[in-house]
Design a protein around this ligand. Sequence first.
Ligand SMILES: [Zn+2]
Length: 144
Amino acid sequence: MDIVSKEKRSHNMSRIRSVDTSPEMTVRNFLFKKGLRYRIHYPIQGKPDIVFVKKRKAIFINGCFWHGHSCKNSKIPKTNTDFWKRKIKSNKLRDKKSIKCLKQKKWSVMTIWECQLEKNTMITLNKILSWIKNESNNPRKSFN
Ligand SMILES: [Zn+2]
């Protein structure tokens, strides 16, 4: 029984690691193919995954587990439960703070969850694309 749970645990952990980066690549590759050029690792609050500097738009692509999404991907492990709860709670607080801060600085922010991308890949990608192309949601303009 111990062996089974150990295997299961390592499977879960490897899954967590892999999904942590691949949804981001899916989005980046898609947008690049559509001819959009963006910045990654752009040094603003919360380090969004994809940033359009001129348009002042930032996208966060969140792993459901690490960012505490309310879906089945984000189940807290049965071991070290308190540790994970605290960890994820603080991640969520940090996310909230970052988004608030970016919006105050007139950035538009979009959050994409890995489960959205997994389940409805094309719908989600096209949603991101039209959000980027839509100039009317540029908060600078709406302030005129
Ligand atoms: Zn999710």
